[in-house]
Design a protein around this ligand. Structure first.
Ligand code: GCO
Length: 476
């Protein structure tokens, strides 16, 4: 089969066609390039970050410990024994870093507020120095004509609240409501784009189910109440921002993966259904009034003992947009002895896939199109922003440059898929790249680099990568 036949087969004929999209690390064909205008003039281009991953200053100006400060004290929890104690020192470098956002022609800067910086006790007396920091960040964005996008929760609940059970304790609804009220009242006159939770499936399942993220708890007795309370906070946070910031654009984000069966066997398709319920449906469907996907994932049924009268209605909130965060696909095989899921994701390496990121994730551009198609199919979804997407690489400095052509090709091949979705009428409002600066990649530490800008963590020097210059040129 020749290239033309292959492209026709996978429906990628025409001017925007690629070489074999699974081999995007090949030199990108020169005759294909994207003008920003192809996405529409009101398409928003941004970049996403998160407090614990970039700020550092974890004990400064009154900030108390978050669960990640505690979790990283045990060196073995993180693959390189590191922590976010310094990270990118964004707490001090925020002004120059936001100047970089401007220099790269990026229109929106997504950041998260650290709950333990503004409410060191979790609730009660605010820490003015913490509040003042985010005023400085927001004001710097506005001075640079950059839209600040504020994420309320990016995984860092204060340790003092975790000591009372954290997300497992139903009191978290009150705690989170107080925090959301404070932040939306404080910044609502300057911030119009709000994200309530970042990837609830990730922080609940990985932190309270598998135990490999903070707070390091395992088992469904920790996981199920956590899921329900996070889902209630997802909607309650929306209602609070809605009432405090009447002109707000309110959304929440979901980690999303395109899931495919390893074999065309009924039992592998059923395994896909179970993984899809956990990875994709678990939090969006309650927010749409559809309840939890228990029929596809029977063990979820035990969540019902945590549901009180009126909760099911309270799970729903009419978001203005949803944030889709897609990087890759999962390929799943039925394995009966795996508890609860009775299936496992078969790694790209085991499947003989060559294009793998530094996270061990397959580069599979079609996952973006399939994810956009899937989530836009929900009746209640009004608009989608891609609030995270990017490629982790090792990145090497050569003569003060980083020639990360693989990351440029990653962007182009995923952009191709966004365009394809838009052409089919899917309402995608923008793309916020993960991420501006190389930063603390949770359990992976600092090895996987995602930034458009390289960070030398010994000197805190920033070096714009070739992908950063490409982005700047693309967005000019
Ligand atoms: C996530 C988090 C980010 C990660 C990013 C790269 O989606 O896991 O929101 O904090 O750093 O996704 O893995």
């Amino acid at each position: 089969m020749n290239r033309k036949e292959f492209l026709k087969l996978i429906g990628l004929s025409g001017s925007l066609s690629l070489l074999d999209p699974h081999n995007i690390f090949a030199q990108f064909p020169k005759n294909v390039d994207f003008a920003k205008s192809a996405f529409g003039n009101d398409f928003l281009w941004g970049v996403s970050t998160a407090a614990y991953q970039i700020e550092g200053a974890t004990k400064e100006d009154g900030k108390s410990n978050s669960i990640w400060d505690t979790f990283t004290q045990k060196k073995s929890h993180i693959k390189d024994g590191s922590s976010g104690e310094i990270a990118c020192d964004f707490y001090r470098n925020y002004s120059a870093d936001i100047d970089l956002v401007k220099y790269l022609n990026i229109q929106a800067f997504r950041f998260s507020t650290a709950w333990s910086r503004v409410l060191p006790q979790g609730t009660g007396k605010p820490n003015q120095k913490g509040l003042d920091f985010y005023h400085r960040v927001i004001d710097k964005c506005l001075q640079n004509n950059i839209q600040p996008w504020l994420t309320l929760y990016h995984w860092d609940i204060p340790q003092v609240l975790q000591d009372k059970g954290g997300w497992m304790n139903r009191d978290v609804i009150g705690w989170f409501s107080e925090y959301t009220h404070l932040i939306s009242k404080t910044y609502g006159d300057k911030v119009k784009d709000w994200i309530i939770l970042n990837e609830p499936t990730a922080f609940t399942a990985v932190g309270y189910g598998l135990g490999i993220h903070a707070p390091g708890l395992r088992g469904i007795n920790h996981l199920l109440p956590t899921i329900h309370h996070a889902a209630l906070c997802q909607a309650e946070g929306g209602r609070i921002v809605r009432s405090n910031v009447p002109d707000a654009n309110i959304g929440t984000t979901f980690s999303c993966s395109h899931i495919m069966p390893l074999r065309s066997l009924e039992k592998d398709h059923l395994a896909v259904d179970r993984w899809d319920a956990l990875l994709n449906r678990l939090f969006i469907e309650p927010s749409l009034g559809l309840g939890y996907p228990i029929s596809s994932l029977p063990f979820l049924g035990k969540i019902e003992k945590h549901i009180k009268d009126g909760d099911m209605e309270k799970l729903a909130f009419e978001f203005d947009f949803i944030g889709v965060q897609n990087y890759t696909r999962e390929v799943v095989k039925n394995i009966w002895y795996i508890p609860y899921m009775h299936g496992l994701e078969i790694s790209p390496a085991k499947r003989g896939v060559k294009e793998i990121s530094e996270m061990g994730w397959e580069v599979y551009p079609e996952s973006m199109y399939e994810t956009l198609k899937k989530f836009s199919a929900y009746k209640g979804v009004k608009k989608i922003y891609i609030t995270e997407n990017g490629c982790a690489l090792q990145d090497e400095v050569i003569d003060n440059r980083i020639h990360d052509i693989k990351r440029i090709n990653y962007f182009k091949s995923y952009f191709e898929q966004i365009l394809k979705a838009q052409k089919e009428g899917i309402n995608v409002g923008g793309y916020l790249c993960w991420t501006l600066l190389d930063n603390f990649e949770w359990r992976e530490g600092y090895r996987p680099r995602y930034g458009l800008v390289y960070v030398d963590f010994k000197t805190q020097q920033r070096i714009i990568k070739d992908s950063g210059y490409w982005f700047k040129d693309f967005l000019k």
